[in-house]
Ligand binder design. Sequence first.
Ligand code: FRU
Length: 477
Amino acid sequence: MIEDRPLYHVQPAANWTSDPNGPIQWHGTYHLFYQHHPYSPLWGPMHWGHAISLDLAHWTHLPMALAPTPDGPDADGCWSGCAVDDDGVPTLIYTGVRRNHTYQSRYQQTLCFATSNDDLQTWQKDPRNPVLSGPPEPYDSRGTAFRDPYVWKENGAWYGVIGSGVEDVGGSVLLYRSADLRHWEYLGPLYTRPRQITEPIGTGSVWECPQFFLLGDRHVLMFGVWDRNKLLYTVYLTGTYADGRFTPRVLRRFDLGPDYYAPATMQDEQGRRLIWGWSWEARRRLLQKAAGWAGVLSLPRVLTLRPDGLLGVAPVPELAVLRRARYHRTDLAVTPRSPNPLAEVAGDSLEILVRMELEPATTAGLKLRRSPGDEEYTLIQYDNATGRLCLDRDRASQSHGVHQGMHGGPIAPGPDGLLTLHVFLDRTIVEVYANGCVCLTARIYPAREDSRGLALTVQGGDAVVTALDVWTLMPDR
Ligand code: FRU
């Protein structure tokens, strides 16, 4: 039996996991909640799972933070939201949903609260729930999404955004203000974009899990793009915010991979902006059911604002505590005919850091989860001529019912002119960080026991690997 459960990514013992929710640091401890269906590996009435960590690398799961209350506004699910420190009171702000039997398959989406008085161990729902029962006028709750609050404090007042959008019209984020977190005044849409605009990227009809924060001297808006019942990808915009309106200057995809969605961010005690996402399954429902679990949270990443207005992204440095055996090489000349410099290394839980000077080589490729005869492998490839980074999983697995294809996009050159690939492999999830500015997340399901090898290749000319490190990663048990 091939081990498919990740070892060092956040994931509960079994069943369904999706959006990270309400990350917050409380007296030093990181708390991370997540959408969880504790009774099935398929999506269902959502609960909030809860995990804590002191070092962002090792996580302990606590009892469920939120569960639906029969007859409550969250009777059919506690959907996504955020966590804030309300003057010393830990407070969860979430989406309570009830199935609306009048309108097929629609959910009545409301704003609900819960607080804790025992150091975030247990949570009591506010008797005033729901504090908002649907979208503001002129929106019609039958056809308008209204979910996933994200709340922050600004000049002594609370502000919140709620993900919204109208089918076939476009997505929006709605802006609110409150003095006490319980009474909310609608200020108007913070930002909207028609579905018809698809350049440089389409932003669909509903925006899920909006995040809005100041980073350096710009405001950043991020969200998951939902379109015609499909969850597509995560985007970010950087720009300016004044008088309740956001004016973007840049719109990009965040994470070029196929399996990253539902961003949740926080500012930690060091002032860093951290982000988690949900990496969904890329296999058939039947396989998901057979596995008994689904979904994993991505590694914590640090966001920064680059001088060009794009986001910089890197895995948190704390993950280095997971490193065990190390393979290290420097100043290695590689040619298209060189023997594989990674022939001696293997594993399914690895960190790979490679820095290369590509010229005159035109492409560099890193294969992982590779079987000895190349029957199975996942290829991460950078093309110097187009500046594109791709992950190709056409040969990632010999089993049927798993997603394939090439995914990727352009990446900015590194500041030193080198190509830097920083890869985290954790059994069935791969996270690639390239040149400190782009990440790419994908799920892969090799079917062979011996698909544990690595290979490094170049094409079109010679290249120099200035530094190459591979660590086996293993959390303390
Ligand atoms: C995003 C999402 C959210 C919603 C939650 C329900 O994946 O659709 O908009 O709150 O999942 O599980």
